[in-house]
Design a protein around this ligand. Structure first.
Ligand code: KIV
Length: 265
């Protein structure tokens, strides 16, 4: 087995110009397959709200649900860095509560936490890092602010927006974040941020210049038929494969072909 991935290793990868691969997972089996594939980072994203629970917004998922997913993922992982996403209201209500919740993610098996926001979360990031909890930032499109943002539009598309994002990124770095997710940011803006920072940027819909890339695993596997996002490259058609398998099973049961003699005691 290759060496375990650590936050220090990610920084070294950036220095060497080696791209960082990341995907989300919410359960044991997926995490196990991902770890075997050699992925660098597994994010237990609050996108579990949409993908796993079928909630419309990520806002709905709770600490308890995220802890459950984190434990399940950790059970399948030996090498990749497991990062837990702090859900809505688990860090916004005060530093003390944020420390307790982040600490509980580490107890559940994560090696780091991610939280959304720039300058507005700097005090929280500093305290978590002071207490030995590695923090990944997340700027650009931050789905927990969907109602304030008014939707899921592209960020960094004006000089003012670019300056804001750069300030947020620098503030997160100065607060001790080990990496920052750049979500749905125009490529040129993501490039400038990536070049300015010593810590790695992980892009999702932020173009090719980021130090690494992340996608929601269900999107890239073609499990999501409800909508297609421009920045998602689809690597498989698992939705159709599952549908065919389920239909074949139903047919076999109805036609009394399953179970066969060989499948019986
Ligand atoms: O929850 C999630 O899946 C995320 C990624 C999109 C970065 O935050």
């Amino acid at each position: 087995m290759q060496d375990k991935v650590t936050t220090i290793k990610l920084r070294m990868m950036k220095e060497r110009g080696e791209k960082i691969s990341a995907l989300t997972a919410y359960d044991y089996i997926t995490a196990k397959i991902l770890d075997e594939s050699g992925i660098d980072i597994i994010l237990v994203g609050d996108s579990a709200a949409n993908v796993f629970a079928g909630y419309e917004y990520t806002l709905k998922i709770s600490m308890e649900e995220m802890l459950y997913h984190t434990r399940a993922v950790k059970n399948g992982v030996k090498r990749a860095l497991v990062i837990a996403d702090m859900p809505f209201l688990s860090y916004q209500c005060g530093v003390e509560e944020a420390v307790r919740n982040a600490g509980n993610f580490l107890k559940a098996g994560a090696s780091a936490v991610k939280l959304e926001g720039g300058k507005s979360v700097i005090n929280i990031v500093k305290r978590l890092v002071d207490f030995g909890i590695p923090v990944m930032g997340h700027i650009g499109l931050t789905p927990q602010s969907v109602h304030k943002l008014g939707g899921y539009s592209v960020h960094g598309d004006s000089p003012d927006a670019e300056r804001e994002l750069m300030e947020d990124a620098l503030a997160l770095r100065d607060a001790g974040a080990f990496s920052i997710v750049l979500e749905k940011i125009v490529s040129e803006c993501a490039k400038k941020i990536t070049e300015k920072l010593e810590i790695p940027t992980i892009g999702i819909g932020a173009g090719k210049f980021c130090d690494g890339q992340i996608l929601v695993y269900a999107d890239m596997l073609g499990l999501n038929k409800e909508f297609h996002l421009k920045f998602v490259h689809i690597y498989a058609n698992i939705y159709d494969d599952m549908l065919t398998a389920f239909k074949n099973y139903i047919k076999d049961v109805k036609e009394k072909k399953f179970p066969s003699e060989d499948e019986s005691y």
